[in-house]
Design a protein around this ligand. Structure first.
Ligand code: TPP
Ligand code: MG
Length: 369
């Protein structure tokens, strides 16, 4: 999809010269992209740009997958204070920062801790661009990107490429199946082109640390965070793209809100791979407030029996795993499954992926201030 509209010639000229002033004087330039770049159809354009001009680049969690995470220069998922020091450095400390379709939102910036100085930023939005604080309207995103790519090609020889590898996943030596072990197994399980849908909860925060294979896409919704969204979203995604491998990762609390859509998926003979993170309730809420309060508890379900209750001719297969070796063995079995596969992953109640630990610490600090 490309959004077409006529650019204002004068605004275009004024923007070009403002951008040129900034870029021609820079010694380093970084690029940060987010979900609006995907929604406004400039994904391919960004890929060509980064091929022509190597720049250190990152996305926010909501835009994860809009850039090829296997490309040289990919620095990880940017989250302000919540991301690796190297990711922060290459994005924030460049002389000029190009932000493309970015919306800084509360949780995924660990409470707006991003340090993106307006004076050195070129901020490209769907229908306008702001260069060092000066806004130029009526300029569509794809047209602005065309100009920026040309300017970058002209001046890139002057820039140094401050490179950093994305931080590896955190490992731990605790026994049993932990969040860290689960995400490492998911990382190893992913393939190019996968469509991963991760629910608001430990799922989305854990997905932030993945390094996606080329062509993989991640669907998350931390901006509005309406839990239960991802189960029917996975149904919609696979209806739209039946040949793509759809992997849904959803918390037990969220799944209880919209679980009946499993029945529609089975009716349509869809084959999503569904991981239900059973950590005995609302862990992401426990992280914020009332770790042991009853309002964060949910009723315990026999997850592996749910598909049978929701389909008279149940085509699904289900497993419950409590150990990492069981999880990896089940992953091997379902990697190319042609029917709905549901894996209940039993995890510790208060176990959280690293980004959620940071968000939680930051919220506690503010709530007690
Ligand atoms: C519709 C809706 N109801 C309630 C909430 C508040 N809320 C946000 S996350 C969450 C708990 C999610 O729990 P779960 O899906 O089990 O995830 P995890 O335990 O992995 O964090 C709740 C209740 C919300 N965001 N949206
Ligand atoms: Mg849960």
């Amino acid at each position: 999809m490309t959004i077409q509209s006529q650019p204002d010639a004068q605004a275009l000229q004024a923007f070009r010269s403002a951008a040129e002033t900034l870029l021609s004087g820079a010694r380093s330039v970084s690029l940060l992209a987010d979900f609006l770049a995907d929604r406004f159809g400039v994904r391919q354009q960004l890929a060509h740009w980064l091929e022509a001009v190597p720049l250190p680049h990152a996305t926010l969690l909501m835009g994860k997958g809009v850039l090829d995470e296997q490309r040289y220069g990919f620095a990880g998922t940017y989250a302000g204070e919540g991301c690796a020091a190297g990711t922060r450095r290459v994005i924030e400390q460049a002389d000029v920062i190009l932000t493309i379709g970015v919306r800084f939102t509360d949780t995924i910036t660990v409470g707006f801790t991003q340090q993106i100085e307006a004076a050195k930023t070129i901020d490209v939005q769907p229908f306008s661009v702001t260069v060092a604080g000066q806004t130029f309207d009526a300029l569509p995103m794809s047209r602005v990107i065309e100009e920026l790519q040309q300017l970058c090609q002209r001046y890139a020889a002057r820039w140094t490429l401050d490179h950093c590898q994305p931080a590896p996943l955190v490992t731990d030596d605790r026994p049993g199946l932990t969040q860290n072990a689960f995400w490492q197994a998911i990382q190893d399980f992913l393939r190019p082109g996968d469509l991963i849908v991760a629910e608001q909860g430990t799922a989305a925060f854990g997905a932030a640390a993945l390094r996606l294979p080329s062509g993989a896409k991640l669907v998350v919704q931390p901006l509005w965070g309406s839990i239960g969204y991802t189960l029917p979203a996975a149904f919609g995604a696979q209806t739209a793209e039946p040949e793509r491998r759809v992997i849904l990762i959803i918390g037990d609390g969220s799944a209880q809100l919209t679980v009946q859509e499993l029945s529609s998926m089975m009716r349509d003979n869809l084959n999503p791979l569904i991981f239900i993170l059973n950590n005995d309730g609302y862990t992401v809420e426990r992280a914020i407030n009332g770790a042991s309060q009853r309002y964060n508890d949910i009723a315990a379900w026999n997850w592996t029996q749910i598909p049978q209750a929701l389909s008279t001719a149940c085509p699904a297969q289900s497993w419950r795993v409590l150990e990492t070796v069981q999880l990896t063995e089940v992953m091997r079995l379902i990697a190319d499954a042609r029917r709905l596969s549901l894996v209940e992953v039993v995890l510790p109640r208060l176990d959280m992926p690293p980004l959620l630990q940071q968000v939680s610490a930051s919220l506690h600090q503010r709530n007690s201030a």
